[in-house]
Design a binder for this molecule. Structure first.
Ligand SMILES: O=C(O)C(=O)C[C@]1(C(=O)O)C=C[C@@H](O)C=C1
Length: 368
């Protein structure tokens, strides 16, 4: 291509960039107005349902060739910066840095939010309860390995609400200092990540011991310090810890999703496509398991998950966790929940929140 022609095209790009910048500033002025309006109303600045509606509208009307996943990424950062102008956001997450929960938090809140890594799930809950962080991000379940018990257990003693969910498709990487599979004498990772790749190790490294460590990031750190150790960790860990990829995509199930919850203090308003999470313990009566689902089936309410956990202080009694499609402000949902309450020792609504988009992110395991 002739140099002149290239210069002309670049001039056109400059012109468009100037227009984009003008529009961003016009948008920012409106956002400042929105921020002021919110200050004088209920003070809820972060609105996940509005953000989701923006992504859905733009990706549906995008005629290309700019790719739809890039539309989401660009607007993620525009919205993140906008929200930060309204109120600088502190978001606690189950750390350390470069773990999968970190990626989920970045994906949801963008790069303008202040993301604070904490050592445990209870610490994330506490940070939000004490008002030191506006929101918290914790893993709750993986499509291969099931629920993260620590997170479900925390809701028993906490008044925090689920205000949004994040669903991410996860791909695991085997990483080491040398990148040489022959030099590996042990593999370290978070137990969930190891479990999600068990079959791959049976087939490819059957004699190498698999060792549990606290997080995939801790595993990457160990691999960086010991050439004979390999870690299952995120792509972000390659750069952060100076590692090489021995093998990418080693997860047994290519449809490997992890679901995260965003916890906060107020239930968001209806988005029109919501999920409600409740927890309860039922009275010990004949036929109760059957009857507890009746309030939902007779109103044709779709249940997307049911989980049970042993009660900590009572042997053989259980707490149930139920996810239903709909918002607690929808009359059939609130009626069904009230009817169920009659069969329960206790029942708590954990929150109603927009159903997540399913995003693909190359990452790691369940603890984040
Ligand atoms: O619409 C709002 O409520 C806004 O505050 C604006 C905006 C945006 O930038 O579009 C920013 C933050 C909210 O979480 C949602 C949307």
């Amino acid at each position: 291509m002739a140099k002149e022609e290239l210069n002309k095209l670049r001039e056109q790009i400059d012109g468009i960039d100037n227009q984009i910048l003008d529009l961003l500033n016009k948008r920012a002025e409106i956002v400042i107005g929105v921020g002021k309006a919110k200050e004088s109303s209920d003070g809820t600045f972060y609105v996940p349902s509005r953000e989701k509606a923006i992504y859905e509208r733009l990706t549906a009307q995008n005629a290309g060739p700019f790719p739809n996943d890039a539309v989401v990424k660009v607007f993620r950062e525009i919205i993140s910066a906008s929200l930060n102008m309204e109120l600088p956001m502190q978001v606690a997450f189950l750390g350390p840095q470069s773990t999968f929960t970190h990626m989920a938090a970045m994906q949801q809140f963008g790069l303008s939010a202040q993301l604070v890594p904490l050592k445990s799930i209870p610490a994330v809950f506490e940070e939000v309860e004490r008002g030191r962080a506006h929101y918290g991000v914790v893993p709750v379940e993986n499509s291969t390995e099931g629920v993260v018990n620590h997170t479900l257990d925390m809701f028993s003693g906490s008044d925090l609400q689920v205000i949004a969910e994040i669903m991410l498709e996860i791909s695991h990487n085997l990483l080491s200092k040398t990148g040489n599979i022959e030099q590996i004498s042990k593999v370290v990772s978070h137990p969930q990540a190891l479990a999600q790749c068990r079959h791959w190790f049976e087939q490819n490294l059957p004699d190498v011991p698999l060792v549990d460590v606290a997080s995939t990031a801790a595993a990457a750190q160990m691999a960086a310090e010991d050439e004979s150790a390999a870690a299952i960790a995120s792509e972000a860990a390659v750069v952060q810890y100076g590692l090489k990829v021995v093998k990418a995509k080693i997860e047994d199930n290519p449809n490997n999703f992890t679901r995260f919850l965003i916890i906060g203090t107020k239930t968001p308003e209806k988005s029109g496509n919501d999920k409600t999470s409740i927890m309860f313990s039922i009275k010990d009566e004949p036929g109760i398991l059957y009857r507890m689902l009746e309030p939902f089936s007779k109103r044709q309410i779709n249940l997307s998950k049911i989980e049970s956990r042993p009660m900590k202080h009572k042997a053989w009694e259980y707490i149930f966790f139920l996810d239903l499609i709909g918002h607690i402000d929808d009359q059939p949902i609130s009626e069904a929940v009230e009817e169920l309450r009659d069969y329960c020792h206790f029942l708590k609504v954990l929150g109603s929140y927009p159903i997540a988009r399913q995003d693909k992110v190359k990452g790691e395991g369940n603890n984040g």
